[in-house]
Design a binder for this molecule. Sequence first.
Ligand code: TRP
Length: 337
Amino acid sequence: MSKSIVLTGITTTGTPHLGNYAGAIRPAIAASKNDDVRPFYFLADYHALIKCHEPERVKQSSLEIAATWLALGLDTSNAVFYRQSDVPEILELTWMLTCVTAKGLMNRAHAYKAAVAENEEAGGKDPDKGITMGLFSYPILMAADILMFNANKVPVGKDQIQHIEMARDIASRFNHIYGEHFTLPEAVVEENAATLLGLDGRKMSKSYNNTIPLFENEKKFRKLINKIKTNSLEPGEPKDPEGCTLFGIYQAFARDSEVAEMRHRYAEGIGWGEMKKILFEKINEEIAPARERYQALLDAPEHIEEQLQEGAQKARAIATPFIQELREAVGISKITA
Ligand code: TRP
């Protein structure tokens, strides 16, 4: 029985935070230890160029993301862990797919439409102002990421479902013209994946600047937990766990029995200071060992690079012969054998 191929990319523009960890990284690392699946996890550095024109940031983010996944125990004997830019076949495939993708399909992409809508609201003359071809055609790059390895399942957030549907459309179009080369991927949306709120009570997100970096040193980490916004109820006053930022984060780290007990303490009126202390201890207990490994990896980045090179080799062992097959399929080949 062949393993199901699960593939996902992480755009290299930021520092991994608690929300990324609970919502995506932790489940992906657990999946890397499952023998029934073959995970492909990659640093989507070409995607980073779409929204970030700061070279240092893209580079630093690649380092931090790779170190984070390795420190957390990604099983690289099962998972293929690589940097997108180390697999140039992906870009070649992007062009082949670009040539069968209807422009109208890209016109309908949410990210592009949102950018146009923003321009229209601003009332300027050009609805495409500031929109690059990278942003416009990025669903095609994403389709190439997925189709290059014939992924069966793609774990993504809700905002990315449309892109997986587009990848299916593009794959079908290619298959229809050139024969059956691609597997049609399916989006997997983890309905019960944790979504954490951030320092200000809105969803924890880089774009709100309200995140708690996952591997912040212990002292700063404690400080940030203490900065999480709460209401002004005093100790002794009953509190509502629903919608409470602290409780939500606690839930993502504690056992069910501990969560039930905490509900109880909320009803009894636990003080915010006390709750923050417990929350800090709970998270720290889970991530402290990985934080040490993370620091060790940052001190020896050559180990990170080595892992990425190994991953790239495994990825190219698939991509190189496959792109050759696709070249032949579209009529690009040597005149004589
Ligand atoms: N665009 C995705 C995001 O912003 C990241 C990504 C790039 C990706 N290529 C992918 C996810 C391929 C899944 C499959 O989250």
